[in-house]
Design a protein around this ligand. Structure first.
Ligand code: DSN
Length: 478
């Protein structure tokens, strides 16, 4: 691929857009400039390849394709079949999965597909069998009422939100919490690590239908073999949400007990985080759940997005290349270098370090809330996001943590030495920021004081750090 080809493709696309609504073309160009200039440490973001981005911008977007490959509710889906089948094949091969469903539009969608597949398999199918009917429309009103109550009366056990679990794992503000009676397992208050004996105890007491593994803010490996044993011991279906670390599984950094795919009945993921594909979701499962998973659309999903499935096929093909394993390893090397740099300078890290792509700083050590720290870092050109820490006294809005992740900077080519410099920038900002006060003199959880000249200086240093590693070097929009 010549450098000119990428530049020409994006420049031409912007020219076509500009002729209709120049402000959109300008915003697209400005977004590239902003992404090029900021030190992106959001653990859930990355930079998809030009090929992945281009696969999304075309007429596949116009096609409806409810159903699955070869079994559509619309005519003319032969080319959609090609890209959906390719994406699923790449996913199966990459992860060693029996079945892959690539239609979910996001992580929450993938989780909803998984939850309903399990409910259909474990609750609805037995009810249909008992009533000796083939499908729900054949149930009597009384049996349908009983089944609906039964579906709404199931239990889920997942990791607590402040220990790093995700909102979609059964928490009340999310639809999953309204669907399931949920209990959480936390982490050890001293080590910050998952205590598998406590998980087993919670499972024995609560007897969940679904045990959920996976996280969005836990900086350590998880032993999925042990979690599967716990699930089996109480007859639960074991589901893993690997959205954050799918790239580390794909790149064989997480293998054996730490690879969820051979251990879980069903695995969900997004495709855009450490996996570096387009924004989207995906479900992998054991053969016995495949039929139910494939009913995701129209069960809980709107029509599939063929242009995004095309981009998933491209990104998954990229992840099957040998250099992706090297990329995945570098993500973790960088994350560990960042953690060590922060620790050496005196930062307080949840669990004292990291095994994966993310580091969680407890910024109460700097006398700040997560919100204050996030904004002070942003003023200094460093993009992170605030996050709860275990037993967080500041709740989910202000929080006491900052979550930082290395997938994006690793894509740009930054290495461990630059992670140490990044740790220095972060530490400098956080030590030089002080908590602000409200008008009545009380302590504010949002206001903060940071010398603007220092913030500008750090932002320039961040830009200097990025300069040798241009983002999309082949793309010149000028
Ligand atoms: N938005 C994703 C994250 O940042 O972890 C998932 O909610």
């Amino acid at each position: 691929m010549s450098r000119n080809a990428e530049s020409t493709a994006f420049r031409s696309a912007l020219e076509v857009i500009r002729a209709v609504e120049p402000r959109v073309a300008d915003a697209i160009g400005a977004e590239l400039t902003d992404q090029r200039e900021s030190l992106k440490l959001i653990a859930s973001e990355n930079y998809a390849s030009p090929a992945t981005l281009l696969a999304m911008g075309n007429w596949f977007s116009d096609k409806y394709a409810e159903g699955t490959v070869g079994r559509r509710f619309y005519a003319g889906c032969q080319n959609v079949d090609t890209v959906e089948a390719l994406a699923a094949e790449h996913a199966r091969e990459l992860f060693g999965a029996a079945h892959a469903y690539v239609q979910p539009h996001s992580g929450i969608d993938a989780n909803l597909v998984a939850f309903w597949a399990v409910l259909a398999d474990r609750v609805e199918s037995p009810a249909l069998k008992k009533a000796q009917v083939r499908q729900v429309n054949d149930l009597t009103e009384a049996d349908w009422f009983a089944l609906r109550r039964e579906l709404g009366n199931q239990r889920m056990l997942g990791m607590s939100l402040d220990a790093g679990g995700h909102l979609t794992h059964g928490f009340r503000p999310n639809i999953s919490g309204k669907m399931f009676d949920q209990r959480s397992y936390g982490t050890d208050p001293v080590t910050g690590l998952i205590d598998y004996d406590r998980v087993a105890e919670a499972a024995r007491e609560f007897k969940p239908l679904i045990l959920v593994g996976g996280y969005s803010a836990y900086p350590r490996k998880v032993n999925f073999r042990i979690l599967r044993e716990i699930a089996d011991s109480v007859g639960a279906t074991f589901m893993v949400d690997m959205a954050h670390f799918a790239g580390l599984v794909a790149g064989k950094v997480f293998t054996g007990d730490f690879d969820p795919v051979p251990h879980a009945h069903i695995v969900t993921t997004t495709t855009h985080k450490s996996l570096r594909g387009p924004r989207g979701g995906m479900v992998l499962c054991q053969p016995e759940l495949a039929d139910q998973v494939d009913r995701g659309c129209p069960m809980v999903l709107g029509g599939p997005l063929p242009h995004v499935m095309a981009a998933k096929a491209v990104a998954l093909a990229e992840a099957r290349r040998p250099d992706f394993a090297d990329y995945a390893q570098r993500i973790v090397d960088n994350s560990q270098a960042l953690a060590e740099g922060l620790l050496r300078r005196g930062a307080k890290l949840v669990t004292g370090g990291t095994d994966n792509h993310l580091v969680l700083i407890d910024v109460s050590g700097y006398g700040l809330t997560g919100r204050q720290a996030e904004q002070a870092l942003l003023d200094s050109g460093i993009v992170t996001n605030r996050n709860s820490v275990p037993q967080d006294p500041n709740g989910a809005w202000y929080t006491s943590g900052i979550r930082i992740g290395t997938p994006a900077l690793t894509t740009r080519g930054l290495g461990t030495a630059e992670m140490d410099q990044t740790a220095e920038l972060i530490h400098t900002v956080l030590t030089q920021t002080t908590a602000g006060a409200n008008a009545d003199g009380t302590a504010s959880k949002a206001k903060y004081n940071l010398d603007p000249d220092l913030a500008d200086k750090i932002a320039r240093q961040a830009t200097d750090l990025l300069a040798p590693h241009p983002l999309y070097p082949a793309i010149d929009l000028a």
